[in-house]
Design a binder for this molecule. Structure first.
Ligand code: SAM
Length: 241
């Protein structure tokens, strides 16, 4: 297989990694640069991201994905629900080769991009499931299987929690990558937590020390999800909890 060219990060990427205490090896930076090359090249053929400028993509895609790194201590198995072009799952798999990352994506073309990319980068810790999260969450192979589930840009909290919490073991957590306005979404999620087995909620700045709106919402999985959740494909979004 031909070598994948690696994009080079702008200086501000390295500065912002330093600001959040993230030390990357040269090999990791090269792998992240290869991922970004494949993402932006494939994006010319079909839509994976609205961002076309590589320097912006280093910050808005790669750094944003890596901002979750401190929340993954002790996590050995991670589900990335609605991963699209592999975000945040592929950058996280690159910097955590010891963690098994399962990328879940409903759209075939996007899931195939993730499969091809994991192969081209030699990422042995990445698996891809081309299926809707509602179906995966009712599948015995995946339900209550993961130490953590993560999602970025996959709907409001009540919808996102129905797609993610059923996948997580008791004692594990969901990580939602959000903007500061998530406080409004959190106000009304009481019922969702009751039926899905969610518990304590904590909200962190994604990039402390960097002026940015991004936050990470961590929701603990404290009890078993009621067996009828997640509901049938499409229902979580049409009739949010
Ligand atoms: N997480 C990626 C990112 O941050 O760039 C992609 C975000 S994109 C806005 C939302 C993705 O979630 C789409 O690729 C869509 O196909 C996928 N998606 C939406 N609902 C889903 C579901 N119920 N099950 C699996 N994937 C879903």
């Amino acid at each position: 297989m031909p070598e994948v060219p690696a994009l080079t990060p702008p200086a501000i990427f390295t500065e912002q990694c330093d600001a959040i205490g993230l030390k990357l090896t040269d090999d990791e930076v090269a792998q992240l640069g290869r991922f970004l090359h494949l993402l932006l090249e494939t994006n010319k053929r079909f839509n994976l991201t609205g961002i076309k400028d590589p320097d912006v993509a280093w910050l808005r895609h790669v750094l944003d994905s890596l901002s979750v790194f401190p929340c993954l201590e002790g996590v050995e198995t991670l589900a990335d629900v609605g991963t699209g072009g592999g975000l945040p799952g592929i950058p996280l798999a690159i910097v955590r080769p010891d963690m098994r990352v399962t990328l879940m994506e409903a759209t075939g073309k996007k899931a195939n991009f993730c499969i091809d990319t994991a192969k081209a980068l030699g990422l042995k810790n990445v698996a891809v499931v081309n299926e809707r999260a509602e179906t995966i969450g009712q599948d015995r192979r995946y339900r209550a299987h993961f130490d953590a589930a993560i999602a970025r840009a996959v709907g409001p909290m009540n919808v996102m929690l129905e797609l993610t919490l059923p996948l997580v073991k008791i004692g594990g957590r969901v990580l939602a990558m959000k903007g500061r306005s998530v406080e409004d979404e959190l106000r009304d999620i009481g019922d969702a937590l009751v039926v899905l087995g969610g518990g304590e909620i904590a909200v962190f700045d994604a990039l402390p020390g960097v002026e940015d709106e991004a936050v990470i919402v961590q929701v603990a999985k404290e009890r078993t999800t009621i067996s009828t959740y997640p509901r049938r494909p499409g229902i979580p979004k049409q009739e949010p909890l």
